[in-house]
Ligand binder design. Sequence first.
Ligand code: ME8
Length: 521
Amino acid sequence: MSTRKTYYITTPIYYVNDVPHIGHAYTSLACDVLARFRRLDGYDVHFLTGTDEHGQKVAKSAAATGMEPQAFCDKVSRNFRDLSATMMYSNDDFIRTTEERHARASQAIWNALSRNGELYLGSYSGWYSVRDEAFYVESELVVGPDGTRRAASGAEVEWVEEPSYFFRLSAWRDRLLDFYARHPDFILPESRRNEVISFVRGGLLDLSVSRTSFRWGVPVPGDEAHVMYVWLDALTNYITAVGYPDAASPQFRTYWPADLHMVGKDILRFHAVYWPAFLMAAGVDPPKRVFAHGWWTNEGQKISKSLGNIIDPVSLVATYGLDPVRYFLMREVPFGNDGDFSHRAMVLRLNGDLANDYGNLVQRVLSLVQRHCEARVPEPATRARADEALLGDAHGLLAACRDMIDVQSLHAVLIRLWAAIGQANRYIDEQAPWALRTSDPARMRTVLYALLEAIRHYAILTQPFMPVSSGRILDQLGVADAARSFAMLGPAGALVPGTALPPPRAVFPRFVEAAAQPAAG
Ligand code: ME8
């Protein structure tokens, strides 16, 4: 078992009914940033993502293509794996719910629930939405002008009557409320926590946890006419991946309970109500936190297949580059809020924050060092007050960023880092090292050294967000791979005067709009 601090973080497992879009890319990206940050900060991280492959929705999508469900899942799941590579996610595992390890874990949690008297056989008659894979009571539905009932999500519902096992969720109301009270930061952001608490306070109905009208799922142990409800199966992935039901396994003991389940706000109820109830009922500790982030729209419109406005992360990366896309998604919207993707906003961030603020700073400093310090890290003399202020700020960044990472305030980390970059830009303008070349070369070297050191801090701390570009900056500063962790911030990893530096190359090119095609004729 690891003696280091551990951090187990998960994305939702995505349905294989669809190609990955910006929404999926976003959730996984947030997790990747958090995982990379914790790794650089010395944690033993386990970062899990994967695909949700059972249930009626996937079965129907497979049938529509004429493929066997498993072959269909294999094909679509591959797209999500490929997305990990495109976006450079650093996940340690990729789980698929059609894997053998998962059938074993799902049946084990079922057996634990059954043993503990938490399940009973009955019959479900009520509304079901295949799109949401959720049961709804009449009062949750809205009747549209055309007379059809829909869930609040807009999904169509159908009437279902079938034998079903139920989980005694109604009996968990007070224990859940007590759990939320004892763990005030189990659900973030706080507004979402309040929504969940008022939902649970309103009373819970027993939950149907098996289906009999189709076969694409994990068979219920001992009653194979039933398959497990896809959400019970899907949520279990988080413990499958760390070795459940082998609770004594080193992996389970090291990583469970998970530190963070990252989800979109659409699936908070499943994670913050059903999941802790299932776990406590099965005798397993609940996770430490569920964070529900907001929803992306495209140029002001809801993203949907039927509107044909799905944003493909692969083409986004092809257009703007990987790191600019990663930066934009994490910076543009306060993490937790809804956000809108637009080309204009993307270009503003790319040319403003990246090319002008960060890129120019690095380029200016490295070019001066190249020209006036014989392409070597200069030897600093005694620091002036302005140098102390610049470096003091750089040295304080890690503690500030950590506090924000602790509450998943990802945009705030970038705002803080760009405040530092802004300070460095003002410092270089005020100190004007280019003007000191002949009048006071020792002072010029001190200023450039302070700037190189400040940039080293920024580049180490931007690594979780922009791994490629930050790496290129660190290459140009002559920082060895082993000296890029957070332990090397501050004086520990200070640049060594005399180190030879390669010729500078711009890291953040400006985005130039393709010239309009001349009109024909
Ligand atoms: O719900 N904006 O899978 P799913 C932001 N299989 N995030 C978005 C988004 C958008 N427009 N669209 C999707 C499922 N997402 C279940 C999960 S977990 C045990 C099972 C993201 O493929 C967001 O994270 O429908 C949302 O919660 C998730 O994709 C839903 O993915």
